[in-house]
Design a protein around this ligand. Sequence first.
Ligand SMILES: [Zn+2]
Length: 356
Amino acid sequence: MFCVAVAVLALSQKASKAPTPNLPICGLHLTAPSTQAVPLLCEFIKTSLVTEGVNTLVLEFDYRFKFTRHPEIADGDPYSASQVKQIALACKEAHIHLIPQINLLGHQSWAKSTESLLRVHPEFDETRGKYPDNKGIYCRSYCPNAPGLHKVIFDCIDEIADACSADAFHCGMDEVFILADPDCKYCKGKTASSVFASEVNALHDHLKATKRSMWMWGDRLLDGRTNGLGEWEASTNGTWDAINKIPKDIVISDWHYDHAEPTPAYFALNGFPVVASPWRNSNLAVQQLDMMEALRKGANPKIASNAQGMLHTTWCDAEAFIKAYMGSKKQSKDVEETAQCFKDLFKAIRQSKANH
Ligand SMILES: [Zn+2]
């Protein structure tokens, strides 16, 4: 009986063995710098990112690419395929997983400037003819139900992802405020939740068909009224219950910049692989790291394995970030704080690895 008990105990210990706290994903998110800065970026990847221990680079191109199938959509200072391939090669040499990004659905404009997709294809605009000069809104959205839209979007994704030799793609989808507009003839009568979930599924299906996994920001999947997170880092426009209508293999980038919110646990509990995304507050970034490691160490194996790691965000020109990282004192306070936070976070990650 004792032997049986010992054997059962041994088996149960083996079955419940949690993954090591070491994080599978130690990532950095950058907006693609000017094309002139490609050599600087490649050098930064092969030297500094390797030294820091970065193993994943999410690079946000949006529409800055010389698309061959839709050349008219190439936005300001577009990358050639060969420039993107240089970056992909640098990442390959550095053993860094390169994940390209186009911010889809929302963020189709910034201040008065509308991005190329809706400039070229105003028929894809969710609020076509409304909000001249983008006055009174945060950002424009495309209409996910507009005829012909997905053909264009999928071509753009494929071209950038192919140039990166990518097996994953980050679709953005944060801070979407304009959705299921009552004046949109394609979305009228639909709920924001159903429209959002439908678009996530459409993007996921396309990426799956092209053997790529999907990443997205997590804010639209959090209930900002119940949890007090508000309308930016969470949703108050009804999209949050889309979390129950989308595939569970999407990697959620869970960004929070004011508090170490326990939301990684929420996503992990709901079956999603999740990375925590800090920005420019070192103490907060380390708290988020501690939380992620606690999940990996203390939760059951299923939840623990969903706690995938960290994706540091920068939200500044990538060239300025690199220069601040290198010690330039000519950058803004925000940029310097961001670079310092990145250094502090990765120092803590290395220390944690050394302790295990
Ligand atoms: Zn619509």
